[in-house]
Design a protein around this ligand. Sequence first.
Ligand code: HAM
Length: 424
Amino acid sequence: MLTTAPRGTRDILPEEAAKWRYLEDNIRECCRLYGYGELRPPLFEHTELFQRSVGEATDIVEKEMYTFEDRGGRSITLRPEATASTVRAYLEHNLYAGPQPVKLYYMGPMFRYDRPQAGRYRQFSQFGVEAIGVQDPAIDAEVIALALDLCMHLGLKDLAVELNSIGCPTCRKEYRQALLMYLSEHKDKLCQTCLGRMERNPLRVLDCKEEGCRTLTTAVPQMLQYLCTECAEHFQALQRCLEAVGARYTLNPAMVRGLDYYTKTVFEITWSGLGAQTAICGGGRYDGLVEECGGPPTPGVGFAMGLDRLLLALEQSGVTLPTASKPAVYITTVSKDDNQEAFTLLTTLRRAGISADKDYRQASLRAQLKAANRSGCHFAIIVGGEELERGAVAVRNMISGEQKEVKQEQLIEVLYESLKEDAR
Ligand code: HAM
């Protein structure tokens, strides 16, 4: 137990971390282009926030939250998602009083007590955006375009966008009746959880993963047929915006998403190469959420993308991702007596902005040069021997194999020049 991370969590080692940094850099750039500012909410919140926003009858709240009582007796939950936190922050900092929409993005770990498998973890990372304060269907299109542009820029092809509208409280009332009637006629096929959910929120039954409930939901009444004029117009306008920018999508009238706060637009972006966990990104509009959390009636729309899955998809589709950085210079010594000289030189190079490392094992020069090779450095420097007596060091270009003697006082200049030249 002491030597393994908890189930569903994992370490990201330096080679892997380089890929994550690359993703994160691209995300930040994309958000800059689209005008989203970074929000860094806390990793835990009051449990009630998720119960109220994500919804009591959802899988997340019913089965997946990491909830505990803190030492002050408060019920705390590790965030399973960050839309709720974003809305809480929007209210806490009176962001509704400024210009609208407020466009925010976040990145970081989320926690769900899910059944771990490839692409599904108990601690996973999401990148999400939220645009709060406007109704314009063009902003629904904006968040979808942002997600697609990011994936396209990273080199991920063949994504599928599935789109649906689940209406507003007004049109959902009539739909709820029709759905309840249908479900009551097929009660015998519903799982235990859904029998309970039926009364509280029948829409949740449509998101159930149980075999019986799934067979049933294929013939179920569809929300699209019940949309009120406003919701239908919003949905049409969104589709026109997507078409105008060449964002291809398919309608999936059966999609309801696993969180209760959605109204109108819902969407998912999938990549079929991921096996069972194909959803890379999911989102939608949540026009009642700010009010539900105690604020003024305020619309909002956003998405979250699973970065673990995005990375898996990029790797599986053969996109080349950066590897961990290598030192420009690796310092070796002729004998043990040169150790301090080597350490001083190492520090001087680093302070001059040249990435450098040295061999710390006091091994033979041959073994040190082998290590230099393995480090992937550009130049190996050999400190000691006659060169040192002459106030110089030997500099070996590990790419061309060429070696030359360089005076210590000229070393930084020579390295700057050679590194610049070889980078061309
Ligand atoms: P979600 O669909 O629950 O939506 O999660 C979004 C994405 O997070 C999923 O499509 C998936 O890529 C990733 N994800 C979810 N659970 C796991 C897991 N256990 N392991 C790995 N990846 C996972 C939300 O979280 C909403 N807050 C999205 C949103 C933002 N809607 C509006 N604004």
